[in-house]
Design a protein around this ligand. Structure first.
Ligand code: GLN
Length: 238
């Protein structure tokens, strides 16, 4: 039976969007919620299933071009993610997921419509952006340096309704200057890692948004801090 009060986290289309261990974002969120005594229901919704519109957090991950196109088309036809976004549900979209929540993106040398949930559009860079990514996060979000790694051919251009998630210190992100974008409760990023493992404060921000709980009890982040310190030292972004 469903626990009506549980925090519902949806992993969107594991069959299409699942590169670079991004599923770790689901594990990190569920773990950090349960450490705070919050009941969690994790749901994995494949692309041949209906996407529930009433969940609290939606996670979209990276994907190669062809699955990315399919995911965009199926999500548009399904309509559930749009309803969820309109309700103010929390959405974390990584790489291919980030591109497809924008207005349009280029894959396999063609332009495709995105879901237009975030005011960005993506085209293609001259080379793939591959490597470590670090950036100073928008002060409005109150987070420490973003760290992750990136592997994408697309470049993203922000419109006036989206704010950059971070100013690039190392790597490329959107265009070598800014990385990711956010508006309301939707955050898009090029960072894999998984990004919530490398950036537990970002995971907690999503949990605060989703639960409305302003103060989440501190948890032991020794392991995350070691990972962060190691990766930031490796690229000298600390
Ligand atoms: N297919 C997209 C690109 O290459 C996203 C890649 C990814 O998700 N890693 O830009």
């Amino acid at each position: 039976m469903r626990n009506e009060s549980a925090l519902r986290i949806v992993w969107v289309y594991p069959d299409l969007l699942s590169t670079y261990g991004d599923r770790g974002n689901l594990l990190i969120l569920a773990h950090r919620a349960s450490l705070r005594g919050l009941a969690v229901e994790s749901v994995e919704v494949r692309s041949d299933q209906n996407l529930p519109a009433e969940a609290d957090i939606y996670l979209l991950a990276g994907g190669e071009d062809a699955p990315q196109v399919l995911a965009a088309q199926r999500l548009a036809a399904d309509g559930g993610l749009r309803l969820a976004a309109e309700r103010g549900a929390v959405i974390l979209a990584v790489c291919a997921g980030y591109q497809l929540v924008g207005g349009s993106f280029v894959a396999n040398a063609r332009m495709y419509a995105g879901l237009s949930l975030l005011d960005i559009r993506s085209d293609r860079g001259l080379t793939r952006a591959v490597g470590e990514l670090a950036g100073e996060v928008d002060v409005n979000l109150g987070l420490p340096m973003l760290t992750g790694f990136e592997n994408h051919g697309g470049r993203s251009i922000l419109g006036p309704e989206a704010r950059p998630l971070a100013r690039v210190v190392v790597g490329v992100g959107n265009d070598g200057r800014t990385e990711g974008a956010w508006a309301g409760h939707l955050i898009g990023t090029y960072a894999h890692g998984p990004v919530l493992s490398r950036n537990p404060a970002l995971a907690d921000l999503l949990l605060r948004w989703a639960t409305g709980i302003e103060f989440l009890a501190p948890v032991d982040d020794t392991w995350h801090e070691r990972l962060r310190a190691e990766r930031l030292a490796a690229v000298k972004a600390a």
